[in-house]
Write a protein that binds this ligand. Structure first.
Ligand code: SF4
Length: 246
């Protein structure tokens, strides 16, 4: 029977339900300060109109999942070459088997960065308590009054606030980030988001790049100009240790 870092790959084992939709073998920009690979999980509980990972979000567009043996063969072969593993989505915290999967990655001594939409604070808390996370990047999608609108589903905003609180008090390195489309967020909205995470270590404003999107109407969505982003950063940067746009 196949084994993954001591975990049985028997059909019933939770790690087997962990669905990987893709693997990027190398990145220098996704895990701050570390050459890393990126593992993309399949499935998401949000439907953000600007999302470009359509194949990882809409079940009818899912491709084949990657066998976990393949992922761990890759990780085993890169020990000493890669210095981190980014787990992104989709939304990783909706995956069954996430904790076991991360424990197997950790058993190979890889630091882990998790990208999350913050909708599952219970999962986040457990992963942090188990020492499975070395860096957390959470999307703060909108001010609370627009959260469900921007995410395309009903969002329990208390859970978003809880995730923000957990991350900021975790002692683990982290960042918050927001993707900006003029159609969705005004400058006033961005200031409201900044207030939600006031005192955070890092806040990055992400420029929307027009292209394939979940909501076709947003595929040509309007980004903020560099000048506008600069001025927004100036108006909120005092709330954070680090604040910039990218
Ligand atoms: S952008 Fe939204 S829909 Fe797309 S993966 Fe992230 S949370 Fe899910």
């Amino acid at each position: 029977m196949s084994k993954v870092a001591g975990l049985s790959l028997e059909e019933k084992h939770p790690v087997c339900k962990f669905k990987v939709g893709g693997l990027q073998e190398f990145t220098l920009i996704d895990f701050p300060g570390r050459p890393a690979c990126v593992i993309f999980t399949q499935g998401c509980n949000f439907r953000c109109g600007y999302c470009y990972n359509v194949e990882l979000v809409l079940p009818e567009r899912f491709g084949n999942t990657m066998p976990l043996e393949e992922i761990f063969d890759f990780l085993n072969n890169r020990v000493g070459l890669l210095e981190g593993v980014v787990i992104t989505g989709g939304e990783p915290t909706v995956q069954q088997g996430l904790e076991d999967f991360m424990a197997s990655v950790k058993a190979l001594n890889y630091p882990i960065k998790l990208d999350t939409n913050g909708s599952r604070p219970d999962v986040l808390k457990r992963l942090l308590e188990k020492g499975l996370l070395d860096y957390v990047a959470m999307d703060v999608k909108a001010p609370l009054y627009k959260y469900s609108q921007v995410c395309g589903v009903h969002v329990e905003v208390d859970k978003i606030l809880e995730s923000i609180r957990i991350i900021m008090s975790s002692g683990v390195d982290y960042e918050f980030r927001t993707t900006l489309l003029k159609e969705q967020l005004t400058e006033g909205d961005i200031v409201s988001i900044a207030k939600l995470i006031k005192g955070a270590k890092r806040f990055y404003l992400q420029r929307f790049i027009p292209g394939k999107t979940l909501d076709p109407k947003l595929s040509k969505g309007q980004s903020y100009s560099e000048e506008e982003l600069n001025s927004i950063v100036q108006s909120i940067k005092d709330h954070f240790e680090e604040c910039s746009f990218r």
